[in-house]
Design a protein around this ligand. Structure first.
Ligand code: ADP
Ligand code: MG
Length: 732
């Protein structure tokens, strides 16, 4: 009973403070866990909503929550966002003056502050520890916790001391959060924080709305300009490796009529800050930056992330691309790749210790394989973070949209696995390839591996070919990585079964980035969804948002985020209550910023004779139309249909009926991403053909037509899903 009450309280607070109607993913369980005083470790991709996991409990619990974050430059921004919701949050870092610190201490002791953002450097100071010891602290949150581990990216030495610092404040519950952690990094973080016993909440790393693409680094400037022209007016980041390159590209873009600003650690701090703010405030659309830019950036409407140069690791790449489309809407991730970049990166490491150099080399190799691999990008990225992506075609990466040439791989995978087994599962890829190809180098000699049966069995194929085969065997889980020994490959259970009874495996050919690629092939774009909201009103709302933001000296998204504006441009709220019911709004924001928006919408509605929700008197129909909008929005964002049904408290069947209604009233919905997972291509075709040639779209008739076929494939549900696809593509 207590639990039920708590649950309702959390939901109420969620709506009241943040304006959200429901929790996302693991948020609710995580929040309950930290509220019950348990140490909690959260791994959730960027944009999934980690902040809420500590912000909401901070509001519910007595006392002040400490949030440790490495990002001094962004603390103000985060605190501004909370203040916009009416939450009393503050920050403590080296940018504060003496008198500001005195005031802060006073307020903290008085108990009015709910969240205090602190930089690890500041927490390390004795005077701050002494003062915090006097404050009633509710719990400690460690954001960007991957900074603890040398095995990830962005390692911060001072993060290693966090455990002893918070130890001095007493025995407090800790919640650590990060967006990237390979299994190895995860272990490292937990060990360092001495929270091996913590409850771990691992969310899927899949960012369904991100489109991944790798293009050869040829005529790169031309390609970049063309890409930016296609994305004119949208916000985006272009990452370059060096400061010099950043300056050069930023200039190039400005000359070509784009509004771009540079960002790197070599700029004066105030220039850097100004450029970052200009980007957040939408005075410039594009920020050209080194990796110094971006961690913790909360701008939700970044529409593209370009890697002009190859990043140093897949963690870094995933994290940087993750900054696109945090609001769940469009996010385009484009990388320019060349081997030469890898060589450059390798040279940077030449002064490091042997071990460090080796680690860096392995990270680079992963990058190389990712770029050159023919396998679905999404599948590869998820695999890298220890997650299996089911399904073979995500429909949202270059490799799925333009599949590479295939070949029968059974015999090759067999040889690769034999090499792993015969060398006793103790070696990394390079050595395995040498054994297979019969190369007698010093390692092969010293281990006597020339005696193995498999030695030289694959000598007709190239080194690159075998590397690719082994990588694909790994991604398809015939092999696995040894967590303790970096680089070492072992055979998996699936691999063992395969060796006993080999079967056909389809492999694909790697990209060949050494030869020229036809331009058109790489320029084909993904089909984008048609908009289901009032585009004109949306643009007007955006302009107003910019104006209000300027007056208040806040970034526009702090006022309202894009999904909220889209919803306003769909439901036309004209009074406070209606506005407060828009997702992401809440009464706090209505009172702070609502007035001008309501006036604008009212005028627009009057000018255009639009029927609004309040005209349609019956209350339930308002809710119904709201559910429709949410369905459309969530399908645009490629949320699983089961998840949508859950979040709207509908059965799957009811959801299907709603979707059908939406389609019959003329809105196109693209549910390919879902169908892809439940029905094989040829079955899809069969059903599609049926609807194309049938006189009626009646489901009963369709069921009868497929009678005698396998009814798991031709079930009523699947037929209905296909009918939705058909209607959307043909009838509408
Ligand atoms: P992360 O730190 O995991 O990268 P954030 O905490 O910055 O992500 O949240 C990303 C976006 O998701 C923000 O724009 C936030 O407003 C939004 N968001 C978070 N929780 C919810 C929710 N329950 N419903 C709707 N939007 C949410
Ligand atoms: Mg965050």
């Amino acid at each position: 009973m207590v639990v039920a009450e708590e649950k309702d309280l959390l939901k109420e607070k969620l709506k009241e403070i943040f304006g959200y109607g429901s929790f996302r993913g693991n948020q609710e369980v995580v929040i309950k866990n930290i509220l019950s005083g348990r140490n909690t470790f959260v791994i959730m991709p960027t944009g999934a909503g980690k902040s809420l996991c500590y912000q909401l409990p901070a509001m519910v619990k007595d006392g002040l929550a400490i949030v440790i974050s490495p990002l001094i430059a962004l603390m103000k921004n985060q605190v501004d966002q909370l203040n916009a919701h009416g939450v009393h949050a503050r920050f403590l870092n080296s940018t504060l003056s003496k008198s500001e610190i005195t005031r802060l201490r006073k307020d903290a002791l008085s108990g009015s502050i709910k969240l205090l953002y602190v930089a690890p450097e500041s927490l390390n100071k004795e005077e701050n520890i002494a003062f915090l010891q006097k404050v009633n602290v509710s719990f400690v949150a460690i954001d960007e916790a991957h900074c603890i581990s040398e095995w990830g990216h962005d390692f911060r030495p001072e993060y290693r001391k966090i455990k002893s610092m918070i130890g001095q404040l007493g025995d407090l519950p800790v919640i650590a959060l990060t967006a990237t952690a390979t299994p190895k990094v995860q272990l490292d973080i937990q060990k360092n924080l001495q929270m091996e016993e913590a409850d771990v909440f691992l969310s899927s790393f899949n960012r369904k709305n991100l489109y991944y693409e790798v293009r050869p680094k040829k005529e790169t400037k031309k390609q970049l300009i063309r890409f930016l022209k296609e994305n004119k007016g949208k916000s985006g980041v272009v990452y370059c490796l060096s400061r010099k390159k950043v300056e050069e590209i930023a200039q190039l873009l400005n000359v070509n009529g784009f509004k771009a600003a540079p960002y790197h650690a070599g700029l004066e701090p105030d220039v850097r800050m100004r450029n970052q703010d200009a980007f957040l405030n939408e005075e410039v659309n594009i920020i050209v930056a080194t990796i110094a830019f971006g961690m913790g950036i909360d701008k939700p409407d970044v529409r593209f992330v370009v890697h002009y140069d190859v990043p140093k690791s897949l963690e870094g790449y995933y994290q940087e691309t993750g900054r696109a489309g945090r609001d769940g809407l469009e996010g385009n991730c484009l990388m320019f790749y060349s081997h030469n970049d890898l060589n450059k990166l390798e040279k940077f490491n030449k002064d490091k210790s042997v071990q460090e150099r080796e680690n860096a080399r392995i990270l680079l190799q992963e990058m190389e394989f990712y770029a050159e691999s023919p396998v679905c990008r999404r599948k590869q990225l998820l695999h890298y973070f220890g997650e299996e992506y089911k399904g073979d075609n995500c429909g949202m990466c270059d490799n799925c949209i333009h599949p590479r040439e295939r070949f029968e791989g059974m015999d090759f995978v067999k040889i690769a696995l034999e090499a792993v087994v015969q060398t006793n599962e103790r070696f990394a890829l390079g050595h395995l390839v040498n054994v297979i190809r019969g190369i007698e180098d010093e390692y092969v000699k010293s281990y006597g591996h020339f005696d193995l049966k498999v030695f030289g069995k694959g000598d007709t194929e190239s080194e690159d070919f075998w590397k690719s085969v082994i990588r694909q065997a790994l991604i398809y889980q015939y092999m696995e990585k040894d967590i303790e020994n970096v680089g070492v490959l072992k055979i998996s259970e699936k691999g063992k079964k395969f060796l006993k009874k080999p079967h056909s495996i389809e492999l694909a050919k790697d990209h060949d980035f050494t030869t020229d690629v036809e331009d058109e092939e790489v320029m084909d774009r993904v089909p984008t969804n048609t908009k289901s909201y009032d585009v004109k009103l949306f643009e007007m709302l955006k302009d107003l948002r910019k104006k209000v933001a300027k007056e208040k000296d806040l970034p526009p998204y702090v006022i309202f985020q894009d999904p909220s504006l889209e919803e306003m441009a769909t439901t036309y709220p004209t009074n406070k209550e209606e506005l407060a019911s828009v997702n992401g709004v809440g009464m706090g924001k209505v009172n702070k910023f609502g007035k001008d928006f309501l006036t604008l919408i009212q005028k627009y509605v009057d000018d255009n004779d639009i029927e609004t929700a309040s005209d349609v008197v019956v209350k339930s129909s308002v809710n119904k139309s709201k559910a429709k909008i949410q369905i459309i929005q969530q399908i645009d964002r490629k949320i699983e249909l089961d998840e949508i049904a859950d979040s709207l408290k509908m059965s799957f069947e009811e959801l299907l009926t709603e979707i059908e209604n939406i389609c019959y009233s003329g809105t196109k919905l693209n549910i390919d991403y879902f169908i892809e997972q439940v029905l094989e291509d040829d079955k899809q075709e069969q059903i599609y053909d049926y609807f194309l040639n049938s006189e009626t779209d009646d489901i009963g008739a369709a069921l009868a037509a497929f009678k005698g076929e396998d009814d798991t494939d031709f079930s009523e549900e699947n037929l209905r899903l296909m009918r939705i696809k058909f209607l959307s593509e043909y009838a509408n």
